[in-house]
Write a protein that binds this ligand. Structure first.
Ligand code: DSN
Length: 425
């Protein structure tokens, strides 16, 4: 039997294309897909080369549990430095006293807040999934919904805005221990102060999940929930333009400390340190003046997209947007989100099917589409491109309901726009 040396030849030196050509080929194909398609999924972005480097660094080899200076493993000097950098930068970026940068995702961050503030069976008041809420805010399929009693609030059908009157009525009726504002498909500004008044009235904790507008807060083009909420969660990979992962923030450093034990050992074990290093890089990038310009363009571009869709008489939920999200209701067109997202993908436009307020279709089908401007803006698209994208989306939907088929021409145009704004080359 042939024997291999340990480590085998090339173990520390060979790149992926030599050691594992199959995975290398799939990753390369994904790079080409990202280059050649217009990314409109609101929970995606294009990270910097520096972030990619931090993610692929040797810190992935290191295991730590606990917090800087109080680890359960030795050899943690540099891990501590990295995590402290991420914490300090997050605190400066969001002007808050407390930051926990360990949550592996937004859902883990939310679960830690549940653990710190609730007992099983307690009541939570959060936005209905179909009105734009999030799975981890009490969906019956998620641990948050299985172990807690969730009461959902919705939108005013005339304005598409959160119906604050009904939020207050439900709070007074059900006396929740936790009130959640924020979700995954709500495009408009949330009245954080009004939410806090309601939470205080019933002695509840207010959590704002700002995953879908954290980058705009960092860039100064969206109100910050930090002064109003007891606790704020976010993800770093949407409009913050960073690595995949979650964070927990609180204005008050003393108050925030309770979330440390909830993250570790409460819902997580060891830290994904390469993700923490990449979060530190992301926060530094987000403190640069260039990022404020980026955030402002993300908003302008989302509004240009919404305006183009409105101009084509499509039903934009809420009429427009204050965030990177544009949500389209397809019910007037008698189309499903599933079929529409497939048709868009054939034209090189990547978006996701999404439930819309009052949707009767299941989550695997839906009656809506959700778009986001973060990734397109990161590659340099301006309002002219986003207006054009709006018309391309309208063309695709029109073709689905009619007899024309412009897919090939649109695919070619998408290719040209992408070639004019290359990534990672
Ligand atoms: N929370 C999911 C979304 O909004 O798409 C994933 O980040």
């Amino acid at each position: 039997m042939p024997s291999e040396t340990v480590p085998p030849a090339g173990y520390f030196d060979d790149g992926l294309s030599i050691s594992d050509p199959e995975v290398a080929a799939a990753l390369n194909a994904e790079k080409l897909r990202q280059q050649d398609q217009i990314e409109l999924i609101a929970s995606e972005n294009l990270v910097s080369r520096a972030t990619l480097e931090a993610l692929g660094s040797v810190i992935t080899n290191k295991t730590v549990e606990g917090y800087p200076g109080r680890r359960y493993y030795g050899g943690a000097e540099h891990a501590d430095r990295i995590e402290n950098l991420a914490i300090e930068r997050a605190r400066r970026l969001f002007q808050c006293g407390y930051a926990n940068v360990q949550p592996h995702s937004g859902s883990q961050a939310n679960l830690a807040v549940y653990l710190a503030t609730l007992q099983p069976g307690d009541t939570v008041l959060s936005m209905d999934l179909s009105s734009g809420g999030h799975l981890s805010h009490g969906s019956s399929a998620n641990i948050s919904g299985k172990w807690m009693n969730t009461v959902g609030y919705g939108l005013d059908p005339d304005t598409g805005r959160i119906d604050m009157g009904s939020v207050r009525r439900l709070a007074l009726e059900h006396r929740p221990k936790l009130v959640i504002a924020g979700g995954s498909a709500y495009p408009l500004t949330i009245d954080f102060a009004a939410f806090r008044r309601i939470a205080d009235e019933v002695d509840a904790t207010l959590l704002v999940d700002m995953a879908h507008f954290a980058g705009l807060v960092a860039g100064g083009v969206h109100p910050s929930p930090i002064p109003h909420a007891h606790v704020v969660t976010a993800t770093t990979y949407k409009n913050l333009r960073g690595a995949r992962g979650g964070i927990i923030l609180a204005g008050d450093a003393e108050y925030g400390k309770r979330f440390n034990r909830a993250v570790f050992p409460g819902v997580q074990g060891s830290v994904i340190l390469n993700a923490v290093a990449a979060k530190a890089v992301c926060f530094r990038e987000a403190m640069r003046p260039e990022f404020a310009e980026y955030a402002s363009r993300v908003l302008e571009n989302a509004r240009a997209l919404a305006a183009a869709l409105n101009a084509r008489n499509l039903d934009v939920v809420g009429g427009g947007t204050d965030t990177p999200i544009v949500l389209l209701d397809l019910r007037d067109l008698d189309l499903t989100g599933a079929a529409a997202s497939d048709a868009l993908e054939a034209a090189g436009l990547t978006a996701n099917k999404n439930g819309v307020p009052g949707d009767t279709q299941p989550p695997t089908i839906t009656s809506g589409l959700r778009f986001g401007s973060s990734a397109g803006t990161a590659r340099g698209f301006r309002t002219a491109q986003f207006e054009r994208i709006g018309h391309m989306i309208a063309d695709v939907l029109e073709d689905m309901s009619g007899s024309t088929d412009r897919t090939e021409a649109l695919r070619a145009e998408v290719g040209e726009m992408c070639r004019d704004h290359p990534i990672y080359w």
